[in-house]
Design a protein around this ligand. Structure first.
Ligand code: GUN
Length: 295
């Protein structure tokens, strides 16, 4: 029989985490204490963002949290958005909130993130949280990197001394992952290489990866020839490509799954890999906010 990688099941793992969170929320509420409250601000009507925010709201409610969504039109000014953030910063009912990205082009995203109270920044995007994460202080860690570490942990993947190659250097995924995987911790203690659009001999580097984390944003970019036999492959991408089915499309990641699965030891599928973990970790951060774990 042809060998194939063990699937890292993000859907199942995310559900386990959500069950754990639900139990903890129930304990808080049973003591007649205020349950966690997550809010989201969304500006404009980008369909993908609408879908993300709707699933976050559903997920929060499914674990017994309160969830509020504040919707603003595309023409909202930066000043108006900053005031909306001030309002949530000062609302003691709300434990944590996110501002859904991307924002309309006329709004400066750095200014917006800077305005969020770091103690309510459950996305972990504020420079204070990024800085604390980087120097190993307890803080909100952005949900996708946190979800990937949690998958490595729950699948007991060895990381110490391994060569971890991170494809992509975004503020939200690639950069924090490269920092976290090098930390003196488990998961961590890896030797980390970050590759990006200017990297030379990319395949030569990825072929030396024991753990290959693909967050490059290009559909099925990582082919079997770029992967070492027995590697652990984590796929952060999610893209629609046209397909001959009812919907007219199917979802793929940054990895050419079928061919890479024949070579890897472990692989995350798309969908059902990293994606579901992101929302689970956002809920975990919201629980931490309600418990005032970091601030
Ligand atoms: N847009 C895409 N992913 C995210 C996320 O995790 N948080 C926010 N705020 N916006 C996003």
């Amino acid at each position: 029989m042809e060998k194939t990688a063990t699937l890292i099941d993000g859907k199942k793992t995310a559900q386990q985490i959500r069950n754990e969170i639900k139990a903890e929320v129930a304990t808080i509420v049973d003591k007649h204490e205020k349950g966690p409250h997550l809010a989201a601000i969304i500006v404009g009507d980008d369909p993908a963002s609408q879908t993300y925010v709707a699933s976050k709201e559903r997920a929060a409610k499914s674990v017994g949290m309160t969830s509020s969504t504040y919707r603003y039109p595309e023409e909202t000014t930066e000043e108006e958005l900053l005031s909306a953030i001030d309002f949530l910063n000062n609302d003691s009912e709300i434990d944590g909130f996110i501002v859904q990205l991307p924002l309309p082009a006329h709004i400066n995203v750095d200014k917006v993130i800077d305005r969020i109270d770091p103690s309510k920044d459950v996305d972990g995007f504020h420079p204070v949280n990024v800085g604390k994460m980087a120097i190993g202080q307890p803080a909100y860690v952005s949900a996708t990197p946190a979800g990937i570490l949690e998958l490595l942990k729950r699948y007991k993947i060895e990381t110490e001394g391994k060569h971890c190659v991170v494809l992509g250097r975004s503020n939200i995924v690639g950069s924090p992952l490269s920092i976290l995987m090098a930390k003196k911790a488990y998961p961590g203690n890896a030797t980390v290489t970050v590759c990006h659009s200017k990297t030379q001999n990319l395949a030569g580097i990825t072929k030396t990866a024991d753990i290959l984390i693909c967050a490059i944003g290009s559909p099925q970019f990582v082919k079997a020839g770029m992967v070492k036999e027995g590697a652990v492959v984590i796929d952060v991408g999610i893209h629609r490509i046209s397909a001959d089915n009812e919907k007219g499309y199917r979802l793929v990641g940054d990895v050419a799954f079928d061919e890479v699965a024949k070579k890897a030891a472990y692989i995350t599928p798309v969908p059902g890999g990293v994606g579901p973990m992101t929302i689970a970790m956002l809920l975990k951060n919201t629980l931490s906010a309600a418990k005032k774990e970091f601030y």
